[in-house]
Design a protein around this ligand. Structure first.
Ligand code: ZN
Length: 423
C-alpha cells in the first residue's frame, strides 16, 4: 500500500479517529465503526459489511485498485452484493471488475451514462491534457470510440433517489450533483453516515481545506455552483455524524461536519454570486478573475481548486466564449499579428529583455505573454525560451496549487526540450 497515503492518514486521523486505528498494522483497512471500513487511496474505497454481504462504495483508480482489494482481503468479509459509484471519475470506477461477482449489482446515478460517453467521446482531447496536468508523457490513444462509446457497467440507474436494504441495513442513495453531474450521496441512517464522494475535498488536512475545482483546467464542462450548494445543503440536512469523502480523511461529529461543509458551501456561494454580480455590472472575465478573492474568514487554501479559475468557469459556463469584442468574432487569433509586433520591435532580443525585466519586477505572467509574442515569430528563439522557463519557475515557486504546479512543470519541460532536443 502507498505508505505515504497511510502516513498522511495516520497524522490526519490522529485527532479524530485514533481509538479506531491505534495498533492496526498498515496492511489492514481502517475501521470507521463496526460496519464501515475504508482503505485510503486515490480515491478512497469503503466497504460496508452487513449480515447478508458487503456493499463497496467506490473502487479507486485502476492502477491502485488491486492493492486496495488485497488490503480488504486481509480481513474476512462476505460476498459483494452491491457496488455503488459516487460518480464516474476514473479514480472511483477503476476497480469495478475486481469486486464484481456474478450477482453483484452496480448502482450509479443516471447521468453517469452520458458522463462516461462524454469522456470516451473526447478521449483524444482529454488524454494528453490529463497527462500534461501531472507532467506525464501522453498515452497512446486508440481509434475514436464514437459518440456513445463509453463502457457502462452500472445496471441500476436512478434519477433522484434509490433505496435498498441489505442484511437489515438501509441504504438511501440520492442525486447530489456537484463535482460531476452524476454525483450521488449514500446515506446510512443506522450509522448517521454520509458518503459524499468528491463534493467535499478533504485533502489539505487537517485544516484548512482546499477550495473546490469549480472548473478543472484539464478540461471539463462547468460544474454548476448552484447545484453543488444545493447538494451540500441536502447532506447537511441529514445531520450526519460521519462524513466519508472520496479523498482525504473522514469528518467525525455533526458540529465539525456542519462547520466544514457550511464553510465550503458558503465559499462556493460567495464566488458564484460575486461573479454573477460582476457579470451583471458589465465587468469582463479577466477583471473578475483578478478582483474576486475569498474573504479570509473562509480559511480555505487553493491547493486543489483555484478561485480565479472557478470565476472563469462560472463566467464562461453562463455566457460561452464570446467576449463582446467585435475582433473576437473572427477566426484569426491575436497571435496572427505577433510576428509583426516582433519585427516592429526590432527582433526577439528587446522583447526577451523586457520579459526578463518583467520577471524581475514580479510580473511573470506578463513575461509569459511577451514570450508568446516572440515564439509566434520564432518558436525556437533561445532568449524567449530562457525567459519563459524563468517565468514559469518563478510561478512554480510562488504557487501552492498542485494543478498549476503540474502544468508549469509540463511547460518548463517542453521549453527545455525545445532548447535541447533529445538526441
Ligand atoms: Zn476523485
Amino acid at each position: 500500500m502507498n505508505r505515504i497515503v497511510w502516513a498522511v492518514l495516520h497524522i490526519v486521523l490522529g485527532t479524530t479517529l485514533a481509538p479506531c486505528i491505534l495498533g492496526q498494522a498498515e496492511e489492514k483497512p481502517v475501521k470507521i465503526n463496526d460496519a464501515i471500513s475504508m482503505v485510503p487511496a486515490t480515491g478512497n474505497v469503503y466497504l460496508v459489511t452487513t449480515p447478508a454481504g458487503g456493499v463497496v462504495i467506490d473502487t479507486a483508480m485502476a492502477e491502485m485498485a488491486g492493492e486496495v482489494k488485497k488490503i480488504f482481503e486481509s480481513e474476512p468479509h462476505g460476498p459483494t452484493k452491491y457496488i455503488i459509484l459516487t460518480h464516474a471519475h476514473a479514480d472511483h470506477i477503476g476497480g469495478i471488475s475486481l469486486w464484481k461477482e456474478p450477482d453483484t449489482q452496480i448502482i450509479a446515478q443516471r447521468n453517469c451514462v452520458e458522463f462516461l460517453h462524454y469522456v470516451a467521446r473526447l478521449e483524444g482531447f482529454f488524454a494528453p491534457r490529463n497527462a500534461a496536468a501531472f507532467n506525464r508523457a501522453s498515452p497512446s490513444i486508440g481509434p475514436w470510440a464514437g459518440n456513445f462509446g463509453g463502457k457502462i457497467e452500472p445496471n441500476i440507474l436512478f434519477d433522484e433517489s434509490y433505496k435498498f436494504t441489505l442484511g437489515g441495513v438501509e441504504f438511501d442513495l440520492f442525486s447530489t450533483p456537484g463535482e460531476t453531474p452524476d454525483h450521488l450521496t449514500v446515506w446510512l441512517p443506522a450509522y448517521k453516515a454520509a458518503f459524499i464522494g468528491d463534493n467535499y475535498f478533504g485533502i489539505a488536512t487537517p485544516e484548512p481545506n482546499s477550495f473546490p475545482n469549480l472548473y478543472a483546467i484539464r478540461g471539463t464542462k462547468p460544474r454548476w455552483a448552484l447545484d453543488w450548494i444545493k447538494s451540500l445543503d441536502s447532506v447537511l440536512a441529514l445531520k450526519p455524524e460521519i462524513v466519508l469523502n472520496g479523498h482525504g480523511e473522514p469528518i467525525i461529529g455533526n458540529a465539525e461536519i456542519t462547520r466544514r461543509l457550511t464553510r465550503y458551501r458558503d465559499a462556493i456561494q460567495y464566488v458564484h454570486d460575486e461573479t454573477v454580480k460582476g457579470m451583471n455590472a458589465g465587468k469582463d472575465v479577466f477583471a473578475l478573475m483578478q478582483e474576486i478573492k475569498l474573504p479570509p474568514n473562509y480559511d480555505l487554501i487553493e491547493i486543489f481548486g483555484k478561485v480565479s479559475w472557478s470565476v472563469r468557469g462560472i463566467y464562461d459556463g453562463y455566457a460561452g466564449w464570446y467576449d463582446g469584442n467585435p475582433t473576437s468574432m473572427y477566426e484569426l487569433p491575436p497571435s496572427s499579428v505577433y510576428p509583426d509586433l516582433v519585427r516592429l520591435a526590432g527582433g526577439p532580443e528587446p522583447l526577451a529583455r523586457l520579459a526578463v525585466e518583467k520577471i524581475e519586477a514580479g510580473k511573470p505572467v506578463e513575461a509569459l505573454h511577451l514570450t508568446d509574442v516572440i515564439l509566434a515569430y520564432d518558436q525556437k528563439s533561445v532568449p524567449a525560451l530562457n525567459a519563459r522557463i524563468k517565468a514559469m519557475e518563478y510561478l512554480r515557486l510562488h504557487t501552492q496549487n498542485r494543478v498549476e504546479s503540474g502544468w508549469l512543470d509540463y511547460g518548463i519541460r517542453l521549453a527545455k526540450e525545445k532548447l535541447a532536443p533529445a538526441p
